[in-house]
Design a protein around this ligand. Sequence first.
Ligand SMILES: NC(=O)c1ccc[n+]([C@@H]2O[C@H](COP(=O)([O-])OP(=O)(O)OC[C@H]3O[C@@H](n4cnc5c(N)ncnc54)[C@H](O)[C@@H]3O)[C@@H](O)[C@H]2O)c1
Length: 355
Amino acid sequence: MPRIALIPGDGIGPEVVREAVRVLERVMRGDGLSFDLVELPYGAERYLREGVTITDEEFRALDEDYDAVLLGALGDPRVPGNEHAKDILLGMRVKLDLYVNFRPCALLSPELSPLRSIDAPFRLDIFRENTEGEYTGMGGSFKMGTPDEVAIEENIGTRKGVERIIRAAFEWASSRGRTRVTLVDKANVLRHVGGLWRRVFAEVGGDFPEVRRDAMYVDAMAMDLVRRPQEYEVIVASNLFGDIVSDLAAEVTGGLGMAPSANLHPGRHALFEPVHGSAPDIAGTGRANPIGAIRCVGLLLDHFGHHDSAARIEDAVVASLEAGSTTPDVGGDLSTEQVGEWIANHVDGAPAPVS
Ligand SMILES: NC(=O)c1ccc[n+]([C@@H]2O[C@H](COP(=O)([O-])OP(=O)(O)OC[C@H]3O[C@@H](n4cnc5c(N)ncnc54)[C@H](O)[C@@H]3O)[C@@H](O)[C@H]2O)c1
């Protein structure tokens, strides 16, 4: 039985994870699936109480004793430097080598998009490289604080790192019937790392003749994601460009409360988390939208091969949007818990509760 670590974390994290688990348990019961769910206390409360973020032994256990992680969010105003969040989140990315940041951006209902030109649902899957690029901390400062200060931030691209994320994007496209993968880069200016990405993209793409491939500069893609996002199917990008275009795509497809994500090392480990943070401004008010976290359960089920169960969650989410049974951020007036109950009831065919 797959073992899932639940890390609700801080702020609205526990509120949205509770609803995600409600939906997961309903699906498990309805579809006869078994997952061993184990809640772990990593977050600000523990850090403030014990001065511990997450130990090496706990990282080892996450790696060896669990098949996946479902995370809420980390970040608490009582820890101004957010040391615990950095330790836990970045620690998991690096120590579990979660090199794929998968951001499916689906516009489930045209009303959710700020773009008035979009009149039909669409899906755009983004594969962001999660371990290299400008995010390694390589570089340094010289003569800091003087008029002669020099600061260098290295852009790291390795053959292995670039190849594995590009392959993951093509494998996803090929296995899901998607017909096009687009590389987003700035290879006209960042010629060394950009050149590596272009060469590997052509080489790996050659193994998938059924999938069309093209490349776009990131500035042109920023314009197109506002102008005609529905034209794209799968995007693969470096850490920095993927970070930026995936937030833009999340916003044009319904905003923070709706967006799920996965951090993956295919074949080894998986971490699922809503894109939003711990939203301390609304924590405890019942206004947190649980749909991003609930859709993470869909990704988790998909990851373990339960595609029909995952599709039923997505259908239930769409039904809740159509019925207006949502939290205020997407136009409804239900609470976090009521939305969770509504979707859970819809997933197992029970009548939806009256709000
Ligand atoms: N992966 C993570 O755990 C993660 C990601 C981003 C930010 N953070 C942390 O979260 C804390 C708050 O950061 P922030 O304010 O920049 O980003 P945030 O995503 O927490 O909130 C941004 C805005 O969106 C709203 N919002 C977010 N999620 C929502 C939801 N599910 N339903 C309705 N409204 C929602 C919030 O109320 C807020 O107004 C910080 O400590 C930050 O470091 C954590």
